[in-house]
Design a protein around this ligand. Structure first.
Ligand code: GTP
Ligand code: MG
Length: 418
């Protein structure tokens, strides 16, 4: 995917680079300098924010002559008037011009209808942050979560789903937080990648007596690839051999420069054993979450993701999912990949039977006849007929692709054989 440098995007959108950096800060996007590159998703987010502020400026003062407001107002004969045409744009960014004009095209669509897109987005209710705990084996991820769970989740949870999934909701003084544990063993790369992908925030746990290790690096790479803000938790600070300063030094080459060294990485020292620093960590999570302004529509079409599934000898197939948008209800038909099921029972992360669950809620679902694949997207269908049709369509698509591949292989063999 095409990447764009911060200063180039600022120029393209007609805002000052400083303003662009402010927006990036507000999004929790990390950058080194104004020549750092941004991915497509970030670029889209910036455009939405600018369109939003321009529509607000328009509401407040229609005669406002700020660049953004005029971009929407003077749209009449030439909708991209405020965006410098590609040819006359002296931006030194190493982007092919095709990519630039494609971006300009997107800008045109956005500028044409900014209010409709953004007003709805800002009115949506807030949702809890989904926080994934990652790091090297034995650095104390599960212990840290156990400590949080012990202090922040009602005690009656034996039988809840947390033992199996390691996904649970904690109530902090600043609101609900959803935590997902991941294993540190090197074999579980996929689980870590999946954990990073569903996360709003990644906590990288690094043991103070061991510092940066291979899966620390891997976890950081996953979080960065998923464009998720990182908080570093230096754990085991209760140990005599703990060396917090060494950890802070060791993460600098990984592009995580601690705030105290002038960087932007939040680093918190904690002990899962004594609980020291855990409140600070929760505070930092809330802070990053607030800045990210996480919202979701509980009335939207259902979207969720499978965290884990297993077959219980007595209960049958149990799928643990996190609802991301919309709401699941007992009785709903869910479709995951090429499997579907009708929800017979919903259980929350403390083991209570519930009737429905909205965004940022981990739930256990009873009702699939086959275990859905972890990492797959969950959607809903109106009824069994529609669920079956959806699944049949997907199965057919997959077969078509397989057939096409087989066909290609055959003809290649033919050619080689000839
Ligand atoms: P994996 O899931 O296998 O990757 O390990 P983990 O990161 O979840 O580590 P876990 O919580 O299982 O802890 C590993 C060991 O470190 C256990 O023996 C814990 O008791 C110990 N431990 C965890 N946190 C602390 C801490 O803050 N201080 C001390 N002294 N020991 C800790
Ligand atoms: Mg663990």
């Amino acid at each position: 995917m095409s990447k764009v440098r911060i200063y180039a995007l600022a120029k393209e959108l007609g805002v000052e680079t400083a303003k662009m950096l402010e927006i990036l800060d507000s999004l929790g996007v990390q950058y080194k300098s104004s020549s750092s590159t941004l991915d497509e998703e970030t670029v889209e987010a910036i455009k939405t924010i600018l369109a939003d502020s321009s529509s607000k400026a328009e509401d407040a003062a229609p005669e406002d002559s700020s660049v953004n407001a005029s971009a929407t107002q003077e749209a009449a004969p030439e909708p991209v008037a405020a965006t410098p045409p590609v040819a006359s744009n002296p931006t030194p960014a190493p982007q092919p011009s095709a990519a630039q004009s494609a971006t300009a095209g997107e800008e045109r669509t956005l500028a044409a209808q900014p209010a409709a897109v953004t007003t709805t987005a800002t009115e949506l209710p807030h949702r809890a942050p989904v926080v994934t705990i990652m790091g090297h084996v034995d650095h104390g991820k599960t212990s840290l979560l156990d400590y949080i769970r012990k202090t922040k989740v009602a005690a009656k949870e034996a039988g809840g789903i947390t033992q199996h999934v390691g996904a649970f909701e904690a109530k902090t003084s600043r609101g609900k937080v959803v935590f997902i544990d991941t294993p540190g063993h090197e074999a579980f790369t996929t689980i870590r990648a999946r954990g990073a992908n569903v996360a709003d925030i990644a906590i990288i746990v690094i043991a103070a007596d061991d510092s940066v290790m291979p899966q620390t690096r891997e976890a950081i790479a996953h979080a960065k690839a998923a464009n998720v803000p990182i908080i570093v938790a230096i754990n085991k600070i209760d140990l005599a051999q703990a060396n917090v300063d060494k950890v802070k030094q060791d993460i600098i080459p990984l592009d995580l420069v601690p705030e105290e060294f002038g960087g932007e990485t939040i680093v918190v020292g904690v002990s899962a054993r004594s609980g020291e620093g855990v409140e600070d960590l929760l505070e930092m999570i809330s802070l990053v979450a607030e800045i990210a302004d996480l919202r979701a529509d509980p009335k939207a079409a259902l979207k969720g993701v499978v965290i884990e599934s297993r077959v219980d000898k007595q209960m049958g197939v149990l799928a643990n999912i996190i609802v991301q948008e919309g709401t699941v209800h007992v009785g709903d038909f869910l479709v995951v990949g090429e499997k579907y099921g009708k929800i017979k029972a919903l259980t929350n992360s403390v083991g209570d039977r519930i009737k429905d669950a909205g965004p940022s809620t981990p739930v256990q679902i009873l009702g699939f006849s086959e275990a859905p694949t972890a990492g797959d997207t969950v959607t809903s269908a109106k009824n069994e007929h529609q669920a079956r049709e959806l699944v049949a369509g997907r199965t057919q698509d997959r077969r078509d692709v397989e057939e096409a591949r087989k066909g290609r292989r055959l003809s290649l063999d033919d050619i080689l054989g000839a």
